[in-house]
Design a binder for this molecule. Structure first.
Ligand SMILES: Nc1ncnc2c1ncn2[C@@H]1O[C@H](COP(=O)(O)OP(=O)(O)O)[C@@H](O)[C@H]1O
Ligand SMILES: [Mg+2]
Length: 250
């Protein structure tokens, strides 16, 4: 089966011709198989957001290859790139990124509206996902009327309503209290398990990472080691992550 993500030798250098250069990523290579739930952990400034932005076509690498579902996204141009992103990619951000003047329903429907799906298809898809994520009662609410946890669940629903090949998360629990963070990670686990949606989650938080099945550790723009969950419980895996962070940081 085609890997859902295949990153080969990616390098990212910030700074154009006359600016100071900064190498944010070097020699980054890894794969995500269909249905995997992979975490990328690293301290602030280690290159996590840079990597996710490149994977999700929001930014381009300086060199290297990125295949998403077998498509080389570094070769996509303009409209092709926008279409590819709209169809194949779901994204959850730390700060929700909901549109304030749209209701929860309209926010969730957005990826389908942008693909010009008809009202019935939109209604069915939003209804299904709202039920699954427990959002039925708040669909008419505007973002300002929702708690952080509710906003992030709406954002998660929007990220998967179009059934993307992969769901990317950039510190999605970063702005949540611990109870909402736990609820969101349980929701992501459910999305991964029930729909076989592949997830790549970037975080510096060991608790969020403990829900993943495999973790790649990134430091100064390079991936250093990998940790697999195997048969560990989530609690055991949490401890293993803390141990790995201890040795990796040294
Ligand atoms: N647009 C940019 N221009 C120059 N340097 C940047 C830019 N974006 C990020 N960086 C630098 O690249 C490094 C990695 O940043 P980032 O990917 O945001 O890390 P993380 O998400 O792990 O905190 C940091 O040193 C940051 O200052
Ligand atoms: Mg970041």
């Amino acid at each position: 089966m085609t890997d859902v993500v295949n990153v080969k030798d990616v390098e990212k250098i910030y700074g154009s011709k006359n600016e100071k250069k900064y190498k944010a990523l070097s020699n980054v290579s890894f794969k995500v198989e269909p249905g995997e739930f992979v975490g990328i952990m690293g301290a602030s400034g280690s290159g996590k957001t840079t990597l996710l932005n490149i994977l999700s076509t929001l930014d381009k690498p300086t060199s290297g290859e990125i295949l998403i579902n077998g498509n080389d996204v570094t070769k996509l141009k303009g409209n092709q790139m926008a279409d590819f992103r709209a169809e194949q990619i779901g994204f959850i951000f730390q700060d929700f990124n909901l549109l304030e003047n749209l209701t929860a329903y309209e926010n969730i429907a957005l990826p389908l509206s942008l693909q010009n799906k008809n009202a019935e298809v939109i209604n069915n898809s939003v209804g299904k996902i709202a039920q699954k994520l427990g959002l039925d009662d708040i669909l008419d609410h505007y973002p300002t009327e929702l708690s952080g946890g509710q906003k992030q669940r709406v954002a998660a629903a929007r990220a998967i309503v179009h059934d993307p090949s992969i769901l990317f998360g950039d510190e999605p629990t970063g702005a949540l209290d611990s109870k909402s963070a736990r609820a969101l990670m349980e929701t992501m686990t459910k999305i991964n398990r029930d729909d076989n949606t592949s997830i790549l989650l970037v975080t510096h938080d060991p608790f969020s990472a403990s829900y993943c099945k495999r973790i790649l550790f990134i430091k100064d723009g390079e991936i250093g080691q990998e940790l697999k969950r195997n048969n560990s419980t989530r609690r055991e895996f949490y401890q293993e992550i803390l141990d790995s962070l201890g040795t990796f940081a040294e």
